[in-house]
Write a protein that binds this ligand. Structure first.
Ligand code: IPE
Ligand code: IPE
Ligand code: MG
Length: 245
């Protein structure tokens, strides 16, 4: 199936998995895989801009990734700070607006300042929203939203929780991709992925190129999103069903 604007998901979310294995297969340190992962992300962002995707959300560091060896964790922190310093000018020229979603208080002052500057420098851009989930966990997000509502004495409803979560500024993901062959969510977007189409690729993240992205989009385009309805209902009122989803 060819890619047309109508078949491109508005919001794509990606669990960028497989950097470590990519490096290990080449007898390189794991961090070399993460560095290659940044290259792959740059390529993916440009491909999403070119295809008219509105929102790209990527999982860069999970709440559980602190359990990795200390040198890998500090290497990832360093890589984030350096990648931001290097990439933000070009991202800005490409019309990308950056958001960081996750528990920022656990990050160093230097990293936090880097995130703040990158968000400020790209705040006026409107071609693609790039959410980088860093020190993020779906459980953390639900719990922090509930705690914020409780502290303000506000009722907890689906709408109020949604609004208090880290992804309130964008609609839910249409397509959720995980690279690297594992078929699990690993605490990503637990709330927001309720009706996302899931796509699992065996490619390791550094090898996930434009063609692989197009395959995922084509697969998505062939899905029937029913949102609880029946196929017959969708065929009778396709537009109405989609609009009220
Ligand atoms: C994903 O790649 C990136 C992060 C979790 C930071 P991995 O580092 O998990 O790669 P594998 O799964 O070990 O190959
Ligand atoms: C998920 O990958 C987190 C990121 C891609 C940032 P992991 O490699 O940490 O996931 P598990 O541990 O295999 O589930
Ligand atoms: Mg992994």
């Amino acid at each position: 199936m060819s890619i047309t604007p109508a078949t491109v998901p508005h919001h794509i979310a990606i669990v960028m998995d497989g950097n470590g294995r990519w490096a290990t297969r080449r007898f390189l340190p794991r961090l070399a895989g993460h560095r290659q992962g940044v290259e792959s992300l740059r390529r993916c962002v440009r491909a999403c801009v070119a295809r008219g995707v509105g929102v790209l959300t990527v999982f860069a560091f999970s709440s559980e990734n602190w359990n990795r060896p200390a040198d890998e964790v500090s290497g990832l922190m360093d890589l984030l700070a350096k990648a931001l310093a290097r990439e933000v000018p070009q991202l800005s020229r490409d019309g990308v607006r950056l958001h960081f979603v996750g528990e920022k208080s656990a990050l160093s002052d230097k990293v936090r300042e880097g995130l703040r500057q990158a968000e400020a420098a790209t705040a006026a851009n409107d071609r693609l929203v790039l959410n980088v989930c860093f020190n993020y966990g779906g459980r953390w997000d639900i719990a922090q939203a509930a705690a914020a509502l409780a502290a303000r004495g506000e009722p907890i409803t689906e709408a109020s929780l949604h609004a208090a979560m880290g992804m309130a500024h964008v609609p839910d993901p249409d397509l959720l991709i995980r690279t690297g062959g594992e078929k699990r969510i690993s605490n990503f977007l637990l709330w927001q992925a309720a009706y996302s189409e899931l796509y699992f690729s065996d490619r390791l993240w550094p090898d996930f190129d434009e063609a692989a992205l197009d395959e995922a989009i084509a697969d998505y385009a062939a899905r029937e999103r029913r949102f609880g309805r029946t196929s017959e209902q969708l065929q009778q009122q396709p537009t109405a069903a989609r609009l009220s989803a």
